[in-house]
Every structure is written in structure tokens, then in C-alpha cells.
Write a protein that binds this ligand. Structure first.
Ligand code: COA
Length: 369
């Protein structure tokens, strides 16, 4: 019998409606559209509304991924959410997603590996599926970076945006799917990109707020150097582990931090620049959510063909880095789903949601007694 493998069978994304353009930023800090475009490749980013949070975006991205996979929420047995901007320190954002989607049978937890979070979460879910612990996993990355970026710090406010992306992973005994995973870290660079306060080291006080310690701080130059070295290294490693050569890679889907980082990495890999998928012009850096949103758009633009060798590669605070090599298996465009089936599926979604809502109400009633 063939070994258990993990396939991506569903994908989805959500980005907020509000756009923050380079021109908007010109009116706020000492910067220019020309500087931002030439140094980063970014033109605009999406920013959450007052009501939106990391969880609300994750729920929408997750629901889209379930729809594409054609899987009801009660078949999901594992939810992992990658985020550095959770709704609360606890409970996990994954648990909020689990309740909202009605995934009543799923284990749920968050992974914190900053911009590498989605790759780490995929690695963990892949191992849990291959080992036979779970069969269907929902892996989501979601970030509301606009809530931790100092709007007056031109060093960071031009780079980051909000959004969420998700995939459904399924155990199969077919060929392809996730071939190899590589992850790494170097905590000696922890201070290069950090949100200093809000944890147990500097809990929130009037002073931490006044000193702006709840905003992220970044040494851009050092991160740039780190990223241009680690991205080609992580790509090479995961391709070698999968038993291929770098020139076999059909598409690299990199963390969307800066077009110059991606171009430098592709040069080091001796790959043409157009083999890297780019969408950072429209979204900026969405931390962990960058890779799954880019993956979704690459699929929907027809950039992935069945049998293609695809590499997802991320890097970020920690410092962390990671890569996943996969042989693409899902068809595109998707087969049309019949009317009846769609209605049946929607009813299933609603039923799963109402079950958990009733349970939540019963907890409230018990608390009042
Ligand atoms: N607008 C206009 N000028 C700016 C600016 C801005 N937003 N930010 C910095 N500058 C100025 C600097 O003050 C400096 O001026 P000076 O020469 O008079 O001192 C000049 O532009 C060059 O700054 P420098 O820091 O050398 O720019 P850079 O080419 O390194 O680009 C980053 C800066 C942040 C875009 C780049 O270092 C970067 O992308 N680093 C990686 C960041 C990242 O990806 N973080 C997330 C990782 S997950």
C-alpha cells in the first residue's frame, strides 16, 4: 500500500476592503510613493475596519477554503492558525475559528512563528496527517498588523498590511502533495524585529503605552540581509530533501516582504525572476498571511498546473525561516458543483454553526446559575 501523503484540496483568502495607498501615507509621514515603490515594490495595502479582527478574517478565509474543498466543517479534525496578532493572548484564535465555523470535532491551536507562521503550521499539520493522527486539517494564517504598527513610524508603516489565507489539507494515498518541509530558527536575532511589550516581560502599563512599546520595532537593514541569505538557502534545502534540483521548480511562492529581497534570492538560486509569484504590490507584507494569499491568487490565475513542483518559502521575526516543497495536484478551474449539492452543503454549514452556538448559550446559562 502507498504511504499516507498530505494534499492541499481547498484554499481561500480574505482581505479587508479598505485600501491604504502610498499617496495616503505621503500625507501622514515623511515618505513618497516613489521611495516606497522603488525600495519595496509596494503600492497599497489593505487595512481592517473597526469591527474586523484576525479571527473574523480567518473565519472568512477558512470558510472559503472549506467550500473549495467541498468538505463540511464537522469533517475537519484539526485547525491550526498562524498569527502574531491574535484576538486575545488566550484563548487561541484557532478556538474562535473552530466555534464560528462549527468544526465541532476539531482540535484547535495557534502557532506563533511570525512571517514564517504559515509554513510552520503546514509542517506541523503535515506531520500530524502523515502519522495518522488526523485526516482533514484547516491551516489558516491571519494578521491585523495595522493594530501593532506605529502609524507615524515610516520605517514600518509603509511595509505592512492586513489579511488572511487558508488551506484545507487531506490525507490521501495518492502521489504528490507535500513532498518535504524544512524549518529553522536563530533566536540571537530576536531583537531585530520585535513587539517589545504586551507579554510577561513588559505587561501593559501606562509607561509601556506612552513609550510606544506595544508597536513593532524593526532593524530593516539587518532583516534585509538575513532574508536575502536565508530565502535561497531554505529553498535549496527543501528541494534537495524532496529529491529534485532547483531548476525543476516551476513556481516559488515566497513571503511577500520586499520585491528586492525576492529578486536577490531568485538571482542566487539562478532562477528567472518570473518563476517567483508576486502580489506584494497590492497587499504589502501581511506576515504569516502573505504566502497563503499569494498561493490562492497563483492558483486562481492558473499559474499552477497539476504535477508542478512548487516551493513555499518564508522568513521573519524570531528569527525564523521555513520552506515546503509540493507537487501540485488540485485541478483548476474547479468542477462545477450542482445546485442541490450547494444547498445541502450550506445547510450543513449552518447546522454545524448552530450546534456550537447552542452550546455557547448553554455555557452562559450555566454561568448565571
Ligand atoms: N520613506 C522615505 N525615506 C525613508 C523611509 C521611508 N518610508 N524609510 C527610510 N527612509 C530613508 C532613510 O532614513 C535613509 O535616509 P538617509 O540615507 O538620509 O539616512 C534612506 O531612506 C535609506 O534608508 P535605508 O534603511 O538604507 O533603506 P533600505 O534601502 O534599506 O530600505 C527597507 C529600507 C525597510 C525597505 C529595507 O531595509 C527592507 O525591506 N528591509 C526588510 C524589512 C522586512 O522585510 N521586514 C519584515 C520581514 S518579515
Amino acid at each position: 500500500m502507498k504511504a499516507r501523503t498530505t494534499q492541499i484540496v481547498g484554499w481561500g483568502k480574505y482581505v479587508p476592503e479598505r485600501r491604504l495607498t502610498n499617496q495616503d501615507l505621503e500625507g501622514r509621514v515623511d515618505t513618497s510613493d516613489e521611495w516606497i515603490r522603488s525600495r519595496t515594490g509596494i503600492r497599497e495595502r489593505r487595512i481592517v475596519s473597526q469591527e474586523e479582527t484576525s479571527a473574523t478574517m480567518a473565519i472568512r478565509a477558512g470558510a472559503s477554503a472549506l467550500r473549495v474543498a467541498g468538505i463540511g466543517p464537522r469533517r475537519i479534525d484539526l485547525i491550526i492558525v498562524a498569527t502574531i496578532t491574535p484576538d486575545h493572548p488566550f484563548p487561541s484564535t484557532a478556538c474562535l475559528v473552530q466555534a464560528a465555523l462549527g468544526a465541532g470535532r476539531a482540535a484547535a491551536f495557534d502557532v506563533g512563528a511570525a512571517c514564517t507562521g504559515f509554513v510552520y503550521a503546514l509542517g506541523v499539520a503535515n506531520d500530524m496527517i502523515r502519522s495518522g493522527t488526523y485526516d482533514n486539517a484547516l491551516v489558516i494564517a491571519t494578521e491585523t498588523l495595522s493594530r501593532i504598527v506605529d502609524p507615524m513610524d515610516r520605517n514600518t508603516c509603509v511595509l505592512f498590511g492586513d489579511g488572511a489565507g487558508a488551506v484545507v489539507l487531506q490525507a490521501t494515498r495518492g502521489d504528490g502533495g507535500i513532498l518535504s518541509v524544512s524549518m529553522g530558527s536563530d533566536g540571537s536575532g530576536a531583537e531585530l524585529l520585535i513587539q517589545p511589550a504586551g507579554g510577561s516581560r513588559f505587561p501593559a502599563t501606562r509607561e509601556t503605552v506612552e513609550e510606544g512599546l506595544h508597536y513593532m520595532r524593526m532593524n530593516g537593514k539587518a532583516i534585509f540581509r538575513f532574508a536575502t541569505h536565508v530565502m535561497p538557502r531554505a529553498t535549496r534545502e527543501v528541494v534537495r530533501k524532496a529529491g529534485f534540483r532547483v531548476e525543476d521548480v516551476a513556481l516559488v511562492i515566497p513571503h511577500q516582504a520586499n520585491v528586492r529581497i525576492i529578486e536577490a534570492a531568485m538571482k542566487r538560486l539562478h532562477l528567472p525572476p518570473d518563476r517567483a509569484y508576486l502580489n506584494l504590490e497590492r497587499y504589502g507584507n501581511m506576515s504569516a498571511a502573505s504566502i497563503p494569499v499569494a498561493l490562492c491568487e497563483a492558483i486562481e490565475e492558473g499559474r499552477l498546473k497539476q504535477g508542478d513542483l512548487v516551493v513555499l518559502v518564508g522568513f521573519g521575526a524570531g528569527l525564523t525561516w521555513g520552506s515546503v516543497a509540493l507537487s501540485w495536484t488540485a485541478p483548476w478551474p474547479l468542477e462545477k458543483v450542482s445546485w442541490g449539492h450547494r444547498i445541502w452543503r450550506r445547510l450543513g454549514f449552518r447546522w454545524a454553526y448552530w450546534r456550537l452556538l447552542l452550546r455557547r448559550l448553554s455555557y452562559r446559562i450555566l454561568r448565571r446559575r
